[in-house]
Ligand binder design. Sequence first.
Ligand SMILES: Nc1ncnc2c1ncn2[C@@H]1O[C@H](COP(=O)(O)OP(=O)(O)OP(=O)(O)O)[C@@H](O)[C@H]1O
Length: 264
Amino acid sequence: MSSDAPTVSDDAPTADDAGPKIAAENVRKVFGRIVALDDVSLSVRENEIFAVVGDNGAGKSTLMNLLCGVHRPTQGSLSLNGRPVAFDGPDEARAAGIETVYQDLALMDDLDVATNIFMGNFPRKGVGPFSVVDWEETYERAATIVDTHLERDIDPRAEVAYHSGGERQLIAIARALAFDPDVVILDEPTSALSVDATELVQETVRTLRRNGKTIIIVSHSLEEIFGLADRIGVLYQGSMAAVTSTDDVSADELRSLMVSGERS
Ligand SMILES: Nc1ncnc2c1ncn2[C@@H]1O[C@H](COP(=O)(O)OP(=O)(O)OP(=O)(O)O)[C@@H](O)[C@H]1O
């Protein structure tokens, strides 16, 4: 994590205090006349996989964008490690240890894996204006992220174009890991993938958790949610209809919560 700090209140509790890793309290987000989120609270524990689900337009992306600094809440507050935070843009959320992997991945096909992972964030050698990209370090660190953090066999020197859909998702996750986040937000990570690729990505998400990350998954897919999540927050028309342990809800109840806001 870099030392650039987001706005943090002086009298906040210390990071050692027990409590959620990341939380939103009574957040409201308005775009013109549209209330995208209304009085939404969520609290994600350290090292859990938390799924945010909901029908089209329920507010999932807006909530994700609040957590990763793209939007600021119209009302309400966010906290990280028990401290109030107000991110003035995604860079501040990144500096605080929150990374997002967007659905469109934004990979550059004709560049190699390591270059994609470190684009805009290359290890450098030398001082100030005389520094240059440290390519040896770039490939070594890319290999470490892929081998150690993702536990996958992907060649850092291979062009991204030659990789499957599942591997491309893993490369995008590796790019997020290059910033050494504590919290990783995944936007629909398997929505366009085959069954095998979905399994590859889901296995990797479990690996991330095993390696200490806190994970928030935005998803439509019941299969993905039941296969991965410890807990689920269901958004319905901009409100948090339910927060439940995955073990305490059936697929039918979850479907009902997503389409009507009621358990059934
Ligand atoms: N930047 C914006 N400007 C205006 N309205 C917005 C903006 N972002 C979201 N909205 C509106 O806020 C509401 C919630 O949208 P959001 O994209 O968060 O839902 P979602 O659950 O992610 O939907 P989907 O699954 O279709 O992506 C929608 O009515 C949407 O049109």
